[in-house]
Each structure stands twice: as structure tokens, then as C-alpha cells.
Design a protein around this ligand. Structure first.
Ligand code: RUB
Length: 305
């Protein structure tokens, strides 16, 4: 049991410290974590197992509060658990298969979005992207595979520099990349033909929550008439927004920006929000596995879920 607990703690730590990052990967890791719990607790009663799952689900969600994909995935898992009449070993087996299928489904969704999203990439495009989205990288790799010739501008993405991951992954498949600091985005917008970013959450009003700085890039894009595309699986729809709530923005440790040693803290406040929300008027299209939507018809997603 000790080793299992360590394994679960490790997954949670990896999610918290961004070793596992990007909404889709976080959702997959969350499901994987619950799968380990189910697999290693064959002797618990159905009620005890459900309580253990629910407790760990809460812990997982608290790690990254701006992640509906994680929340929706875990909710589906609990729904399936409650729906089935199975007990004991049969229940365990059923839920383990459910977890494996769920993870495969997330992978398939990314492949599907890559296929349809690659259609927006044209020869000679200069695409600006921000942070590291597995979905965006998949689209760009697919477009490259199709023989399209384009360049990508990658912002470094302060404070955790996930842009480095994007730049490396694209360079590895010979896509030309220009790596810039975030504050150079407006300067480089005049050369940009499209902005393509991922998303952590989609709201009922069509706004998109993604890595901090996305909103600023969208504002610059608007000024240069550059269309903004968002690649986003439908399970990132945040149903709390149906009730009128905003997508909560995760605040991270301020040491990610600057350490306490470096500044006089007496009159100073440091805030480190991980995400921001771009209003729908700055977004041209949202590429989902259920089709390419405009922000105005995003409410279709709530019906399709
Ligand atoms: C990553 C980020 C990504 C989205 C989408 O933020 O903002 O654009 O999560 O990613 P962080 P994906 O590094 O803080 O997790 O397309 O992989 O789901």
C-alpha cells in the first residue's frame, strides 16, 4: 500500500508542479491516478471504494482548479461507477477498462482535432502560438505531415516557459520556429497570419480560458486583423458557466515569478495567475472534435456533452 500511496502522491505532485501540463494530459493523469487506486483496492467494499475515489477526485481537482477537462473526466468516471450494478472483482475490472478507454478517447480526440485543425493551416502561414498545447502541436505536426510550408512564432510563456517545450517539439519535426519573449508578441503580430492557441476552459458565452497572456495576444491580433483560432476538446466546456459562474483562475506560487529574496516585500504584492479569459469577440473559430464552431454557437457544446 505504501508504494501505491507514493505512486499516487507522485502523480499529484507532477500535476501540481507542471511536470504533467496541458489540460488533456492533466485529465489523462487524473484518470490514471484513480485507475491505480481502483486496481490496488480490490478488497474494499463498493461504498468504501467510492469514498476513496471521491476523496482523491477532490484532491486532484484542487491541484489545478482551472481544468474542466480534469473535472469532467473524473465526474464521468464517478457517474459510470454509480451506474454499474457490478460488485467486487467484476466492478474493479469494469472500471479499469473504463479508465483505459477514457484515456484512449482523449488521445483520439486530439488526433481528430489535429486532422480538422490542419485544414486551417495554409502554405506560407506564419502562426503565432502561446504556451504548450498538445492539441496545437498535434495540428501543426499534422499540417507539416501533409507537406504544408509554414512558420511558427512561439512565445516563451512566463513564468514557467512552456513555450520551450512547444519550440523543441516543432523544431524536432523540422517546422521553422521563431522563439520570442511574451512582450514581443505585438511587435511580431504584423508578420503573423494566424494565431492558434489551446484552451483550458470554454465558457457558455464563447470566451476561452488559456495560459496567462493569451488575452493580450488576442488584443494585439485584433489590432492587426489577425484571426485567432482555438484548438479545444469539447470536454473542456465548463458547465459552471451555465449557472453564471466565471471560470476560476488558478493562482500559483509567486516564487515562479520572483523569489522573496530578490525583492523588498514590505509594500509589495506579487500575483501569479496561471490563466486569463479571452472574450469571444477576439476569437474567430474554436476547433473541437465535434466540428469547428464560432464562439457564438459554443452553447452547442453544452448540448453535445
Ligand atoms: C497549458 C495551456 C494549454 C492548455 C491546452 O497550461 O494553457 O494551452 O492547457 O493544452 P499549463 P492541451 O502548462 O499551465 O498546464 O491542448 O494540451 O490540452
Amino acid at each position: 500500500m505504501e508504494t501505491i500511496n507514493k505512486q499516487i502522491q507522485q502523480i499529484m505532485q507532477d500535476i501540481k508542479n507542471l511536470k504533467v501540463q496541458g489540460a488533456s494530459e492533466v485529465a489523462k493523469a487524473g484518470i490514471h491516478c484513480i485507475k491505480i487506486i481502483i486496481k490496488n483496492n480490490p478488497k474494499l467494499s463498493k461504498k468504501e471504494l467510492l469514498q476513496t475515489i471521491q476523496k482523491n477526485t477532490k484532491d486532484l481537482i484542487r491541484l489545478r482548479p482551472t481544468e474542466p477537462a480534469l473535472q469532467n473526466s473524473l465526474k464521468q468516471l464517478i457517474r459510470e461507477f454509480n451506474k454499474t450494478n457490478l460488485e467486487g472483482q467484476k466492478l474493479n475490472k469494469h472500471m479499469i477498462i473504463f479508465c483505459d478507454n477514457y484515456i484512449d478517447n482523449i488521445k483520439d480526440i486530439v488526433i481528430k482535432i489535429a486532422k480538422s485543425g490542419s485544414e486551417i493551416i495554409k502554405d506560407n502561414d506564419i502562426i503565432m502560438t502561446h504556451c504548450h498545447s498538445h492539441t496545437v502541436v498535434a495540428i501543426l505536426k499534422e499540417a507539416k505531415k501533409q507537406g504544408k510550408k509554414f512558420n511558427v512564432i512561439v512565445t516563451e510563456t512566463r513564468p514557467r516557459l512552456q513555450g520551450k517545450i512547444t519550440a523543441n517539439e516543432l523544431s524536432k519535426v523540422n517546422i521553422p520556429v521563431t522563439y520570442i519573449v511574451d512582450s514581443a508578441a505585438a511587435l511580431f503580430m504584423k508578420d503573423t497570419t494566424k494565431v492558434l492557441v489551446g484552451a483550458d476552459a470554454i465558457s457558455l458565452d464563447g470566451s476561452v480560458t488559456n495560459k496567462i497572456g493569451t488575452y493580450l495576444i488576442a488584443l494585439a491580433a485584433k489590432d492587426f486583423n489577425v484571426p485567432v483560432f482555438v484548438a479545444c476538446a469539447s470536454h473542456k466546456f465548463d458547465s459552471r458557466t451555465i449557472l453564471g459562474f466565471d471560470v476560476p483562475i488558478e493562482e500559483r506560487d509567486t516564487d515562479e515569478i520572483i523569489t522573496k529574496k530578490e525583492l523588498n516585500y514590505k509594500t509589495l504584492k506579487i500575483i501569479n495567475p496561471a490563466f486569463d479569459t479571452t472574450p469571444k469577440k477576439y476569437i474567430k473559430q474554436i476547433i473541437t472534435e465535434k466540428g469547428i464552431l464560432t464562439p457564438s454557437n459554443i452553447n452547442k457544446l453544452s448540448k453535445l456533452m
